[in-house]
Design a protein around this ligand. Structure first.
Ligand code: DQA
Length: 145
């Protein structure tokens, strides 16, 4: 099984981008921590990370890796609230997918409360920081067993 952690627009700047909201940890530092945790709890499960500011590249990544050996965790960033293309790509998946947000999107500006993707996901985790990623991975793999 492969867990794909997919990040959308502006999330390559985690660590320096609005640290009061998103914290000071960088994506490239966090991924190896998840891999170590995955090895300890779900041995034999591979982790792949993909980040892009390009909506088309995100849609292509999902389509290319869809299948019975894949599960997806996606934090689409601002694409959550406005990308019909990403919504269509998520709707087309056969693999399970969970949407995750570092910040509590329901407690921020009203436009962040709407997700175009959520109806086609298995669930959403919002506001728990990086812990939310581990919970989402557990949800994806537990449902898979
Ligand atoms: C975010 C929330 C989005 O509203 C925002 O546009 C982001 C980050 C989060 O992880 O909290 O870029 O997805």
């Amino acid at each position: 099984m492969v867990v794909h952690i997919v990040h959308g627009i502006n999330l390559g700047q985690l660590g320096t981008r609005q640290p009061e909201i998103y914290g000071t940890l960088r994506l490239e530092d966090q991924i190896p921590i998840f891999q170590t945790w995955l090895d300890a709890h779900f041995g034999g499960t591979e982790l792949r990370s993909f980040q892009s500011d390009d909506e088309g590249a995100l849609c292509a990544y999902l389509a290319q890796h869809d299948g019975s050996e894949s599960v997806f965790l996606i934090n689409p960033g601002a694409f959550t609230h406005q990308s019909v293309a990403l919504r269509d790509a998520v709707a087309a998946l056969t693999s399970p997918i969970i949407e995750v947000h570092l910040s509590h999107t329901y407690a921020r500006e009203s436009f962040r409360r709407a997700s175009l993707l959520a109806p086609f996901t298995r669930g959403t985790v919002s506001g728990l920081g990086w812990l939310g990623y581990r919970l989402a991975i557990e949800g994806l793999l537990a449902n898979d067993q």
